[in-house]
Design a protein around this ligand. Structure first.
Ligand SMILES: Cc1cc2nc3c(=O)[nH]c(=O)nc-3n(C[C@H](O)[C@H](O)[C@H](O)COP(=O)(O)O)c2cc1C
Length: 339
């Protein structure tokens, strides 16, 4: 292997992303996460094709250029609609278009969206092919390792073969199966056991594919060990619930980036953003501050920070000044605990 290949392999092996999460990874959280981590790939919440084609498109799709690299996750199954939305996403400047084949909620199943699509590999392949035809941007798929009783290596392999033949080169595997009936989406993220080995077998069977592993990954060390097998790691809940510790560790350990912006600087960098969003779109401060409550975790004063941000932004007329007020509350608690 020549040096160019080694570098390319090393680069390729270092994709780390924050998972698409409804209600959590909106553009405000993503802007905040990007301040902590310049290198992770970000995903939107799932946006349905119906919302894009018939809803307030700009509200669902606009994002800040600081968010790059950013992937748009689509929910849908009709190939023509998926192709139209992929093109719209590309025109908005998204770096990747991802198809959700992993969400198990009843609501989305009725619209033939999400994990139920794993039982329809031919339809998914048609959708992927239509999207690939419509855009130059990479088209990727996020799936589970199985659904309901269809929980074998063969089942997953058939699905993967099918999307691969349609031209998909990157598949994100949430390494637990989904129960489509009887479990809530929340239970579907914990109850069925995690099975990284099955995803590993898919990587071994399809070495030319980028296989990104997802599910229960919580530290940079775990990320590093998964990167020895997989082409990337996607992290969901931990990135939202513990963003600063996790993402700074990922930057240091995985991306060898020692430049760390302190928590206070990150908080203050949100001030002009909150002001701008209010001026441009009338966004209330609380829609943004709710995502940065977890900035302080497990440090003296963290409770006061969280308390301030859980109350002040909800008062009438609250604006970006709530950040300085929350920082003051945190600082005074920190000084007291140090005294
Ligand atoms: C609040 C929440 C919302 C989610 N919404 C989506 C979604 O819109 N699309 C999707 O593919 N997965 C969604 N997921 C699943 C995550 O992307 C991820 O696959 C799952 O949480 C497992 O990763 P983790 O164990 O690192 O959290 C959601 C998860 C959470 C916690």
């Amino acid at each position: 292997m020549n040096t160019a290949n080694v570098t390319e392999t090393a680069q390729k092996a270092k994709t780390v992303s924050i998972a698409p999460m409804m209600d959590w990874t909106d553009r405000h959280f993503r802007y905040f996460a990007r301040l902590i981590s310049p290198n992770v790939r970000l995903y939107t919440e799932m946006v349905t094709v119906g919302a894009i084609l018939h809803g307030d498109r700009d509200r669902f799709l606009r994002f800040d250029k600081a968010e790059h690299p950013i992937a748009l996750q689509l929910g849908g199954s009709d190939p023509a609609n998926l192709a139209a939305c992929a093109k719209i996403g590309e025109d908005y400047g998204y770096d990747e278009i991802n198809l959700n084949c992993g969400c198990p909620s009843d609501r989305v199943q009725r619209g033939m969206i999400g994990a139920c699509l794993m039982g329809e590999p031919a339809l998914v392949a048609e959708g992927v092919a239509a999207m690939k035809n419509a855009v130059k941007t990479p088209v990727t798929v996020k799936c589970r390792i199985g659904i309901d009783e269809q929980d074998s290596e063969e089942f997953l392999n058939t699905f993967i073969e099918s999307v691969k033949r349609a031209g998909c080169e990157t598949i994100i595997i949430h390494a637990r199966k989904a129960w489509l009936q009887g479990l809530s989406p929340k239970e579907n993220r914990t109850k069925p056991p995690i099975n990284y080995a099955r995803a590993g077998k898919m990587k071994a069977a399809h070495p030319e594919l980028n296989i990104i592993i997802n599910g229960d990954i919580k530290t940079a060390q775990e990320t590093a060990s998964h990167l020895e097998i997989f082409d990337g790691v996607m992290i969901g809940r931990e990135a939202y619930q513990n963003p600063f510790d996790l993402l700074t560790e990922i930057e240091r350990v995985i991306f060898r980036n020692e430049v760390e912006m302190p928590r206070e600087e990150i908080a203050r960098a949100m001030i002009p953003y909150i002001k701008e969003q209010a001026e441009k779109y009338g966004t209330p401060a609380k829609s943004i501050t709710r995502h940065i409550i977890n900035l302080y975790q497990s440090v003296p004063g963290a409770r006061l920070w969280r308390q301030a941000l859980s109350t002040l932004p909800h008062k009438p007329g609250a604006d970006e000044t709530v950040i300085e007020a929350a920082l003051e509350a945190y600082e005074s608690a920190r000084r007291k605990s140090a005294a």
